[in-house]
Design a protein around this ligand. Sequence first.
Ligand SMILES: NC(=O)c1ccc[n+]([C@@H]2O[C@H](COP(=O)([O-])OP(=O)(O)OC[C@H]3O[C@@H](n4cnc5c(N)ncnc54)[C@H](OP(=O)(O)O)[C@@H]3O)[C@@H](O)[C@H]2O)c1
Length: 307
Amino acid sequence: MPRVGILGATGAVGGVLRELLRDWDDVRYFSSARSAGSELDGRLVEEATPEALEAGGLDLCFSAIGASASLELVPHVVRGGGVAIDKSSAWRMKPDVPLVVPEVNGDQALAHNGVIAVPNCSTIQLLVALKPLHDAAGLRSTRVATYQSVSGAGKQSMERLRAESVEEHDLRGDWTLEGEEFEEEAKIREETRKILELPQLPVSATCVRVPVPVGHAEPVWIETEEPLSPDQARELLAAAPSVRIEDFPTPGKAAGGDEALVGRIRRDPSAENGLALMVAGDNLRKGAALNAVQIAQLLVERSALAA
Ligand SMILES: NC(=O)c1ccc[n+]([C@@H]2O[C@H](COP(=O)([O-])OP(=O)(O)OC[C@H]3O[C@@H](n4cnc5c(N)ncnc54)[C@H](OP(=O)(O)O)[C@@H]3O)[C@@H](O)[C@H]2O)c1
């Protein structure tokens, strides 16, 4: 078993990582100075300093911290000889960093230079649903709306939602505008293009935060190059990894589970070869921690770690 670190072990994604890695032998927890010194699961939480990470002897480090802290700290993991699997947006679009959903482009993980990026939570659940349809009929365009839960904005937002009324809760707080669109909307487009290796794919996203604790819901509209009936799409999706067919996918049904729920598969009469579907997934699990652990398992299975 590799020697493992979790950066951001006290956070929302870090909490799920701790749960998923509970049977791994050698796991150390790191946080900022705020939580360092506390205990979780009977283990000391250490401060994530450059020195601690570089001299830590980690083979593998899951990074579940914000983008600017990741840009500062992850290079020290790599310098110390470890592979970092990073959940933030810091590394995703760098040309020499693989951006990986194991069911979609798992082989890319092996081509890393020390850092492997995990896509945005909304992108992951979208792509496990789109990949089998793309393989069968070729994607021509994708439009998606996201209804994203509050846990997607971290543990403090979850605590605020518990303490405030739905009317009081600021649902726009954490997304920045880049020109006319939210950064989140651009991420879905650019990450989808990179992962599917379709740099020109037309992708349009509209992202909305909703007062739901866990689980993102996404109505999706696609056009394909070849015709694909709703029945054919349903059959392909029923056989696809990390997908479960569900008549009416909702965040509540998806929360706590490992699969993207896909349903409401129907013809979209507004487009040639158009299909409409609904996807729901747990943003903290497949959308973040589980996808990262699956990348680690892939590296271990392919003997691609130094340990
Ligand atoms: N939540 C989701 O559904 C989701 C999905 C996909 C991607 N992500 C991404 O995953 C990352 C973590 O998100 P989250 O929702 O888990 O956030 P969170 O709940 O706010 O947790 C942040 C974690 O980062 C630690 N931290 C903050 N600043 C640090 C620093 N300078 N050095 C070391 N550790 C530091 C915090 O430690 P303290 O306890 O000491 O503050 C805490 O453990 C973010 O990049 C986020 O964009 C989140």
